[in-house]
Write a protein that binds this ligand. Structure first.
Ligand SMILES: [Zn+2]
Length: 445
């Protein structure tokens, strides 16, 4: 009797083990950049079971269980899926926002936002922060992706922008705030609907009390607040009220951040108990404008057509016929030379910078934006490529409060992994053509 029991237990163990192995994937051989910023691991082995990373090691010391599906990553750089911390799923490179908003508002949810999301995923972006879109559509698209019904990165949504007053005909995705009670009510409505972050803009046009109420109410629900930083007073106000993450370099064509703002940022960055102050400079759209204008071949790249109907592709193409004539970009050549200085000021001020792009703005497609941001940081501004990758993997997961679940390649994390042939630390622009994308343990490219 005793022997039979033991045999049963052994059999059960064997069955468990073989089931375990069959659902297991092993990525074997490539150089692993795990997202933490340390020395890359050569001849790496990553074991994935279902949607999780269960073991990370090296050939020779970490054994691949029998029955596991082995995927060779020889010759490749293997790294966490990229995050893009500033995307706009509701737009797709069209040059005329007024036309776009009035024409496509009803198909943002079923067509436009899912297409943008799919394009990001194929570009190696497995997590993205969507900053500004109609509330229901934002939640719906995020949740359909989470349920596995449509392909896309894990999306963290803000829903509508919170600002002093919406611009004409943008009420579907911009909510005005009038008074403290209204500020609290609007944030509560977003929190109740399940947004992941609050997007605050034009905070310098609010009263201090209104702006403070937005941040305090958001924090009450555990939601981080991102704030625009286009004008000096927006930054000052944002720092006063406790914004968690600033967006853009801002300040138009002014050459640098004024001294008092630098001191305020340093003062905030010095307070470890508050956690890091994050900043998403979103430089590539501005920095690369002139090169796209002068060589618009990449506008013809079909990567941004994915999942978009032909009529919309034609509409976008027609709107981009004269890349040099858009009023949106006329000041850009004056702003461009100021970007590096502002970027370096931020870098030296103690903020933690994040990769984000404003993807979706005129001529900026979800299929191309993210790698371009990394490229400008590294190849134009001399940013350490390892730290740039960390700003696109580990730090975003911290900013969104999910670093215990995703953002690095380590045991227990969600298996969001990309691989690209060649050495990305030497040639960051290799990320323009990612060879393999694994999201939630499933190979999607
Ligand atoms: Zn934006």
């Amino acid at each position: 009797m005793k022997h039979i029991k033991i045999a049963f237990i052994l059999l059960a163990m064997l069955q468990t083990f073989s089931a375990y192995s069959q659902s297991m994937k092993a990525l074997v051989g490539g150089t692993l950049i795990d997202g933490f910023g340390g020395v890359p691991i050569r001849n790496s082995v990553i074991l994935i079971e279902n949607d999780k990373i269960v073991a990370v090691g090296q050939q020779g010391s970490l054994e691949v269980p029998a029955g596991a599906e082995v995927i060779s990553t020889e010759g490749m750089s293997v790294m966490p899926g990229l995050w893009d911390m500033h995307v706009h799923l509701m737009i797709n490179g069209h040059s005329d926002y007024t036309h776009w908003d009035s024409t496509y508002i009803d198909i943002l949810d079923p067509v436009i936002m899912p297409a943008s999301a799919h394009q990001l995923l194929m570009a190696g972006v497995t997590s993205a922060r969507d900053l500004g879109a109609p509330l229901e559509a934002s939640i719906n698209v995020r949740d359909r992706i989470n349920r596995g019904e449509i392909p896309g990165p894990t999306i963290y949504v803000s829903g509508p922008f919170i600002q002093k007053a919406p611009y004409p005909n943008t009420e579907a995705f911009r909510w005005g705030v009038n008074g403290v009670a209204d500020a609290k009510a609007k944030v509560k409505k977003l929190a109740d609907a399940g947004v992941d972050v609050i997007k605050l803009i034009d905070q310098d046009q609010m009263t201090l009390e209104e702006a403070q109420a937005v941040v305090d109410e958001a924090h009450k629900y555990g939601l981080p607040v991102v704030g625009h930083s286009h004008r000096p007073e927006e930054i000052r106000m944002g720092l006063k009220i406790g914004v968690d993450c600033f967006e853009h370099t801002g300040l138009s064509s002014a050459p640098e951040y004024p001294e008092d703002i630098m001191l305020m940022i340093q003062e905030r960055a010095a307070q470890m108990n508050k956690g890091p102050l994050f900043w998403t400079p979103t430089v590539e759209g501005l920095y690369n404008y002139e090169s796209v204008r002068d060589n618009p071949e990449k506008l013809d790249d079909p990567s941004w057509h994915l999942d978009l109907p032909d009529s919309i592709i034609a509409d976008i193409k027609a709107s981009l016929k004269y890349p040099g004539r858009m009023s949106y970009f006329q000041l850009t050549p004056v702003r461009k030379p100021t970007l590096e200085r502002k970027f370096n000021q931020l870098k030296q001020s103690g903020v933690v910078m994040l990769i984000g792009t404003d993807s979706g703005i005129p001529m900026k497609f979800h299929s191309q934006s993210t790698w371009n941001e990394l490229d400008v940081w590294v190849n134009e501004f001399g940013y350490d490529p390892m730290l740039a990758i960390k700003a696109a993997t580990y730090w975003p997961s911290v900013a969104m409060g999910v670093s215990d679940k995703v953002g690095t390649i380590s045991e227990g994390k969600k298996a969001d992994i990309i691989a690209v042939r060649g050495d990305v630390l030497r040639h960051i622009s290799l990320l323009q053509d990612v060879d393999m994308v694994i999201k939630n343990g499933k190979r999607v490219k």
